[in-house]
Write a protein that binds this ligand. Structure first.
Ligand code: ADE
Ligand code: ZN
Length: 326
């Protein structure tokens, strides 16, 4: 099995329908309009975000969040994943009635439990939600900068990238950068290539969440390839959210051929009926990547992971050992 690493997954979006149903029973909340069979109910980006918020609302205590993180990272480890970075959201914690610190500590506890059971290494990227506004994203950055949790190593921004001007978020990213956190930002998913260029110009991330619509501008593709900025590509998410009509139209192969550094990720796996394993399978079967190229995708993720030097060395050594064994 090719070892895997994931650097773009929203923890609230990683809750399986089974787990969400168990939470709904616990809190006596009806789910008829949230889950049908084994799928979440939504049909576009707006209704997806609403379903995501409703599922998140069923995680209310520290124990709930610890179980969510343990559950997700353990499932990744079963599929050969050795490293997982999850996006966390202080805004969702507050909505659920928990302090951002209690929420972060609980997720960290769940990640450590998964590591004790399976060896998977985990980190958290605190995110602001762009369409909640500049003040809320700055509050998330201030929390990320001061929380000092050993597993919080990055800051990012998710949500609707068409909301607000990118320049308005500069201060939030400066707060995070000054605190020594790694920087990533969602762009080039629902916004076009200009959104990616703006993010690079103003927020100076080392990684872009999605970024696939950079393909609309060949100069920008060259800039990304030359700069080494890494794209956190989530192919099935892009199809399910109708960024592209089908995998045949997905720009992964073109970005790869142009020399961009790419990673594979699941984004919100049960919402999109995917998993990290499935993303690697699609890269192999649909995009034609060889085993060596899939291993390079994992290497790309480990090389840009928001971890200290020693942890990176250990993770790369695990990957290298698995490559030699094949
Ligand atoms: N695909 C996505 N794009 C933007 N924000 C998100 N939050 C959760 N999933 C997201
Ligand atoms: Zn995302």
């Amino acid at each position: 099995m090719v070892l895997k690493a994931e650097i773009h997954c929203h923890i609230e979006g990683a809750a399986s329908p089974e787990l969400v149903l168990a939470q709904a029973r616990k809190y006596n909340v009806p789910t008829d309009d949230l889950i049908r069979g084994d799928s979440f109910i939504w049909h576009d980006f707006t209704t997806f975000l609403a379903a995501y918020d409703r599922a998140a609302d069923l995680f209310r205590t520290e124990d709930d969040y610890a179980r969510l993180a343990e559950h997700y990272l353990s499932s990744l480890a079963r599929d050969g994943c050795i490293y997982s970075e999850v996006f966390t959201s202080p805004d969702h914690a507050v909505r659920a009635g928990l302090s951002p610190q209690a929420y972060t500590d609980a997720l960290g506890e769940g990640m450590l439990r998964a590591k004790a059971k399976t060896g998977i290494e985990g980190r958290m990227i605190v995110t602001g939600v762009r369409h909640f506004g500049v003040e809320s994203v700055e509050a998330a950055a201030r929390f990320a900068a001061k929380c000092k949790h050993p597993l919080v190593s990055g800051f990012g921004m998710a949500g609707d990238e068409r909301s607000g001007e990118t320049e308005d978020y500069v201060r939030a990213f400066e707060i995070a950068r000054e605190a020594g956190l790694g920087i990533t930002v969602h762009a080039g998913e629902f916004g076009g290539w200009e959104s990616v260029a703006n993010a690079l110009d103003h927020l100076r991330p080392s990684r872009i969440g999605h970024g696939v619509r950079a393909i609309e501008n060949p100069d920008l593709v060259r800039r990304i390839a030359d700069s080494g900025v890494v794209l956190e590509v989530c192919p099935i998410s892009n199809i399910e959210l109708r960024v592209y009509p089908s995998l045949d139209e997905h720009p992964f192969p073109a970005l790869h051929a142009a020399g961009c550094t790419l990673t594979l990720n699941s984004d919100d796996p049960p919402f999109f009926r995917t998993s990290l394993k499935r993303e690697y399978e699609i890269a192999e079967k649909q995009f034609g990547l060889s085993t060596r190229q899939l291993q390079k995708i994992t290497r790309n993720a480990l090389e840009v992971a928001f971890v200290d030097r020693q942890t990176r060395r250990e993770l790369l050594a695990r990957l290298d050992a698995s490559v030699k064994l094949r």
